[in-house]
Design a binder for this molecule. Structure first.
Ligand code: AGP
Length: 614
């Protein structure tokens, strides 16, 4: 997510703004910038791709004077991370500078209108349209900055948190919010502005959280003024910060991993937004539509990935073969890159990577490209190496994933793979209209289904206490739930350090069942599906050997409940989407066991968030 910082008061603004950007680095970003009205009345703006440290190096030799300014870290969602697309953005005259967090959905219409009036844009961002529009309104209506902002925001459709400064008024910052958070910090004779309280907490504990549709008029040596878009004044509700810096970075959660588990309803809504229509009768993954001929004539699809992304790939294999009738092979990227694979013309290679920087996956992509395959990426980080190496792709749009153990990225990858399979099945005509609509609506409902699962988190926390001291775990699943079992086992082993293995449930009788005794906890994913009865038989085999069974079941299940030792219920969903709801209790189970064991949940030993070396 983008980060916003502003300052107006008696201090030099630059150090406050830069420190504030550092405080927001945890949110993830790919470029940074700053704008200040200098002591000599210049509106100086410095910005660069890369880290805040890169911005500091860029600004070293520049005029960084002034006691008013705004600053920004950008997490690119649309438009490559580069110097031009970084914020702040000047207005055409360079008398205004603006920063923005959010998405302006009607920016292209507004841009065309302004271009028809002679405006020439410098970047390809939606943000620049806002500041040009504000200046246009000031010039044509002869109104002040605040009024121009009000009039402009009446024309804007989308989500925004904006802040802007004017060259000819070094005593005022205007800020506004709709759907993207903004906080005003009130100090002694000074004001702070930020996306959250982390850049503010060290200076003051008095804050005002802006609400949707509100505009903050921050003026030197004057009380904070808040108005709505119709200039109706609103009394600021001043609150006292109760959290410390570390708690604030995690949004009040004890760990980033737990925060990211709880973000999943919203992140999957963001992933689906603009791809499934409101009525839930159609899904359009533009990367597939734009390359329909390649996909329609694909003789085979190979999916390369590592770790959690490889588990998502297994679900993708099942989805695409089941719905689109195209042969799919899933490969560990690290194996694929060295085994001299056969790659035929007409093959499509899908590369799945949250970070977009995994060395093995990038190498697999380069190998496949060198042999003529069409490469499709499913990444989270916009402009990442793997994203840039592919011919096309779909971003999962789940926001930065900070916890080393992947959670929201996994469900985001599976959701994009589900939309890819449905889009392609519709193109190929391999799915009937009724089933297609039923599945699209089923996928559209998943964010709310995950909310229901999260409502039972306390029961899972209690259950985890029973198994904190287990030395081994086995995770079982069949069909779509087999990869979910693998993923559940990986979650547990990588953050609790307890040995855990995932298996296809039916595979147990071919050897692993020798492991079962009263000391072996077994997690069995037994949601109601087409092979439910088979899974029940597998659970009975475990129980016959005194294994302890924790079953993930569909709500209302009474059969498994009569057999298993513990049951965790998940809502009923379409069979292919069961991993999306079943993986969440397994994320929570792993998390709480690791916490009980005192592990470093967000940064487990020996692990890195992105394995950029072999
Ligand atoms: C999963 O929890 C781990 N963080 C790890 O297995 C990860 O999924 C793997 O390294 C692949 O990373 P990527 O998706 O960024 O390529």
């Amino acid at each position: 997510m983008c980060g916003i910082v502003g300052y107006l008061g008696g201090r030099d603004a630059y150090p406050v703004l830069i420190k504030g950007l550092h405080r927001l680095e945890y949110r993830g970003y790919d470029s940074a910038g700053i704008a200040m009205v200098s002591a000599s009345g210049e509106l100086n703006l410095y910005k660069s791709k890369g880290k805040v440290a890169d911005l500091e190096r860029f600004a070293e030799s520049k005029d960084i004077s002034g006691t008013i300014g705004i600053a920004h870290t950008r997490w690119a969602t649309h438009g490559e991370p580069n110097d031009l697309n970084a914020h702040p953005h000047y207005s055409q005259s360079k008398n205004l500078a603006l920063i923005h967090n959010g998405i302006i959905e009607n920016y292209s219409v507004l841009r065309l209108e302004l271009e028809s009036k002679g405006f020439r844009f410098r970047s390809s961002t939606d943000t620049e349209v806002i500041v040009y529009l504000i200046e246009y309104i000031m010039q044509t209506n002869g109104v002040d900055l605040c009024t121009a902002v009000q009039l402009a925001l009446h024309q804007v459709v989308g989500a925004y948190a904006i802040a802007l400064v004017a060259k000819d008024n070094p005593d005022q910052i205007i800020a506004a919010r709709k759907s993207s958070p903004l906080v005003v910090g009130i100090g002694e004779g000074e004001y702070f502005l930020a996306s959250d309280a982390t850049p503010i907490v060290e200076y003051t504990d008095k804050v005002v959280y802006l609400n949707d549709g509100e505009i903050a008029v921050i003026r030197r040596d004057a009380p904070l003024k808040i108005v709505d878009l119709d200039n109706v004044e609103i009394t600021p509700e001043v609150k006292r910060l109760a959290m410390n810096l570390s708690q604030l970075e995690k949004g009040g959660y004890p760990h980033f991993m737990l925060k990211e588990i709880y973000e999943q309803p919203q992140t999957l809504y963001n992933c689906i937004r603009g791809r499934i229509n409101v009525e839930g009768t159609n899904v359009v993954l533009s990367g597939v539509i734009d390359n329909r001929d390649k996909f329609l004539h694909a003789s085979r699809i190979i999916i390369v990935a590592c770790g959690t992304s490889w588990h998502a790939a297994l679900i993708g294999e099942h989805l695409i073969e089941d719905l689109c009738r195209i042969p799919v092979e899933v490969e560990y990227a690290s194996e694929f890159r060295y085994r001299n694979p056969v790659i035929c013309p007409g093959d499509i290679v899908i590369a799945i990577s949250q970070s977009g920087e995994t060395a093995d996956t990038l190498a697999a992509v380069e190998l496949a490209k060198s042999r003529g395959a069409f490469i499709y990426g499913i990444c989270n980080v916009v402009g990442s190496s793997i994203a840039r190496a592919t011919d096309s792709g779909s971003y999962i749009h789940v926001g930065p994933e900070i916890g080393v153990a992947s959670t929201k990225a996994f469900t985001g990858q599976v959701t994009v793979l589900s939309m890819l399979a449905l889009t392609l099945a519709r193109l190929k005509g391999t799915i009937g209209e009724d089933k297609f609509v039923r599945m699209v609506q089923g996928l559209q409902a998943i964010p709310d289904k995950i909310k229901e699962v999260l409502d039972h988190a306390d029961a899972i926390a209690d259950l985890s206490k029973i198994f904190t001291y287990a030395h081994n775990f086995i995770y079982l699943g069949r069909g779509y739930n087999y990869p979910a079992a693998l993923e559940g086992a990986l979650k547990l082993k990588e953050i609790s350090y307890i040995h855990a293995e995932g298996y296809p449930a039916a595979e147990m009788k071919h050897g692993p069942i020798a492991l079962i005794d009263a000391e072996m906890p077994v997690v069995a994913i037994a949601t109601t599906d087409s092979i439910y009865e088979k899974t029940i038989s597998n659970i009975q085999e475990i129980k016959a050997r005194r294994g302890k069974v924790i079953a993930i079941v569909t709500e209302g299940d009474s059969v498994v409940r009569s057999i298993a030792d513990y049951c965790i219920e998940v809502p009923r969903v379409e069979e292919p989407f069961a991993p999306l709801v079943a993986s969440v209790p397994l994320q929570l189970l792993a998390y709480y066991i690791a916490v009980h064991k005192g592990r470093d949940v967000d940064q487990p030993r020996n692990l890195a968030k992105s394995v950029t070396v072999e």
